[in-house]
Design a protein around this ligand. Structure first.
Ligand SMILES: O=C(O)CCC(=O)C(=O)O
Ligand SMILES: [Fe+2]
Length: 212
């Protein structure tokens, strides 16, 4: 990652203090371009599938809530392995500084076509701590402010809008999964990203808790 000790500290401080941070140029542009090619390749092959909501048995497609198409990264291309490696490095730094006990990272490509959105939600339910920190890397070169598709982050207590983030190539947003309601506004242009979650281990001998 393009992480100097200073930017890493900024990220960690803001995560603790405000629950979120957006870091421009977090990932080298060349790598972002390769990730974008990877998702376009999947799209052309028909490998992107409508995203759902809920986990396990409760998983369902809900077009009134969420309209993106996704493909989980499985490390099957060089750039996927590289990105997973970067996130492993970030996981290490988060654990070292914040003692979060992060145990694994899962992520998927997401493609929002024109008109697609994701209504306001939390990525993890309280008490059911497994998704601890969310990450979104945007892959859209030359994104224009009037194209919509912003990520809007809200304050959990009073629902006030905290931030609007343009999905610009190379920008990495991290936020606390249980505390930060957020939504994706309808986009006017195709909008590509890699969305992922640092998880802590919820598994017991009796209850397996696989990543997906
Ligand atoms: O793409 C984004 O900006 C956020 C996506 C999101 O909230 C999610 O997939 O849970
Ligand atoms: Fe989300």
């Amino acid at each position: 990652m393009n992480l100097t000790p200073e930017t890493l500290n900024l990220l960690l401080d803001n995560l603790v203090e405000h629950g979120w941070y957006a870091l421009a140029d977090a990932i080298p542009m060349q790598m972002c371009a390769e990730l974008l090619s990877d998702i376009e390749r999947y799209d052309e092959a028909g490998a992107l599938k409508p995203a759902g909501i809920g986990r396990g048995d409760e998983h369902q497609i809900a077009k009134e809530i969420r309209r993106d198409q996704i493909k989980w990264l499985d490390g099957s291309s060089e750039v996927q392995r590289q990105y997973l490696q970067y996130m492993a490095q970030l996981q290490y730094e988060l654990n070292k500084a914040l003692f979060l006990g992060l145990f694994e990272y899962e992520c998927h490509y997401a493609l929002y076509q024109q008109g697609d959105f994701y209504k306001k939600h939390l990525d993890s339910f309280k008490g059911q701590a497994n998704r601890m920190v969310s990450s979104v890397l945007y892959l859209n070169p030359d994104w224009q402010p009037d194209w919509g598709g912003e990520l809007v982050i809200y304050n959990e207590e009073d629902n006030a809008e905290i931030a609007r983030v343009l999905p610009e190539m190379g920008k990495l947003v991290v936020f606390m999964s249980e505390q930060m309601p957020h939504e994706v506004l309808p986009t006017l242009q195709p909008r590509a990203s890699v969305t992922g979650w640092f998880r802590c281990n919820n598994s017991t001998a009796m209850l397996a808790d696989p990543a997906r």
